[in-house]
Design a protein around this ligand. Structure first.
Ligand SMILES: NC(=O)c1ccc[n+]([C@@H]2O[C@H](COP(=O)([O-])OP(=O)(O)OC[C@H]3O[C@@H](n4cnc5c(N)ncnc54)[C@H](OP(=O)(O)O)[C@@H]3O)[C@@H](O)[C@H]2O)c1
Length: 316
């Protein structure tokens, strides 16, 4: 039991405000913010901060237990019971992403902010039920499909915002258009970097397509953050992450730019940009290539239509 939820909420808010991170950030009344990957790390810290600022949150988790624990933490940060809704969905499955989108559409006539944050790295190559390499499926195709399915609702809710958690790990990466399923070679970190490049290219193309709609799309690098990231890849990787811990920032610090992108009036009219610590940065030359962004979009549409083209909704 957490005896003083409002007090805890104030403490979280004060810690972030003390760092100046939320100066000017405004959560409008009844603003609905949907966050994936909110059961741990950056997503959970962002959800706590946004709840403390007064947002009506919708969180997505794949495990009922972890989602319930996250819900309790977010409610305690908010200091009230009402405004957090949970959705359960495994983002590695396209059927699950479609189900999630349908539930969100049924629940919310309006959606103000969509945060694509869930992500992971996998040391070994694995295939999803859809026959897609797992890291690509979760980090790139899941947000791609979820956004396509929710895009009309976001447009109807304009002004609205889409935020994607990318990474500076994208520098030096290329999209392997001739081996998208990583059949010829697979290295866990290289694959992860490709998906983070895909996050930025997705943001660029999405912003272009959304021009004039009142919906913005931006992405950011959170820094090296002490989270559950890469703790799923065996003892050695776990040890590596523990060694990196003293050099890593807290999840709260890692979440600051996300919270700022979701709520600050400073970025109300900025779209298609990549940020680090609330500053717009230039991503890699590959990430700025609009032809690559368009090509990736078209291929992703085809990858998401696999096995379920009849059910694919046209959303743009
Ligand atoms: N940590 C860093 O240094 C760092 C740096 C740059 C970018 N990032 C990015 O930050 C984002 C958040 O990662 P994090 O560092 O906060 O790691 P984390 O603590 O491991 O959190 C990842 C979140 O994604 C969820 N997730 C993973 N696979 C999923 C799936 N198949 N279906 C549904 N949800 C799934 C996890 O759910 P469970 O709780 O069920 O596992 C968890 O909520 C990722 O996109 C990552 O690439 C992290």
């Amino acid at each position: 039991m957490i005896p003083f939820p409002r007090l805890r909420s104030n403490i979280i808010e004060q810690i972030i405000r003390a760092a100046g991170a939320l100066d000017g950030c405004v959560v409008k009344d009844k603003q609905i913010i949907l966050i994936t990957g909110a059961t741990n790390g950056i997503g959970l810290a962002a959800a706590e901060a946004l709840a403390a600022l007064g947002a009506n949150l919708a969180i997505v988790g794949r495990s009922k237990t972890r989602t319930r624990i996250a819900l309790a933490r977010i409610r305690s940060a908010a200091g009230r019971e009402e405004p957090v809704t949970t959705f359960i969905g495994d983002l590695s499955s396209q059927a699950s992403v479609r189900r999630l989108a349908a539930e969100v559409l049924a629940r919310y006539p309006k959606l103000d902010v969509l945060v694509n944050n869930a992500g992971a790295m996998h040391r070994t190559r694995q295939l999803t039920k859809d026959g897609i390499e797992l890291t690509w499926a979760v980090n790139h195709l899941a947000p791609f499909l979820l956004n396509k399915l929710l895009l009309n609702r976001l447009k109807e809710s304009a002004p609205a915002r889409i935020i994607t958690t990318a990474s500076q790990a994208h520098y030096g990466a290329h999209i392997p258009f001739d081996d998208l399923n990583a059949e010829r070679s697979y290295r866990g970190f290289d694959r992860y970097c490709e998906t983070k490049l895909a996050n930025i290219l997705f943001t660029t193309e999405l912003a272009r397509r959304l021009d004039g709609t009142g919906v913005t799309a931006n992405c950011f690098h959170p820094g090296l953050v002490a989270t559950g990231f890469n703790r799923n890849n065996g003892l050695l990787m776990n040890l590596g992450m523990t060694i990196l811990r003293p050099m890593s920032r807290s999840p709260q610090k890692g979440a600051e730019t996300l919270v700022w992108l979701a709520t600050s009036p400073d970025v109300a009219n900025v779209s298609g940009a990549y940020f680090f610590d609330q500053e717009q940065k230039l991503p890699s030359p590959e990430a700025q290539d609009t032809d690559t962004a368009r090509r990736l979009w078209e291929i992703s549409e085809r990858q998401c239509a696999v096995r379920s083209s009849a059910r694919q909704q046209r959303t743009d």
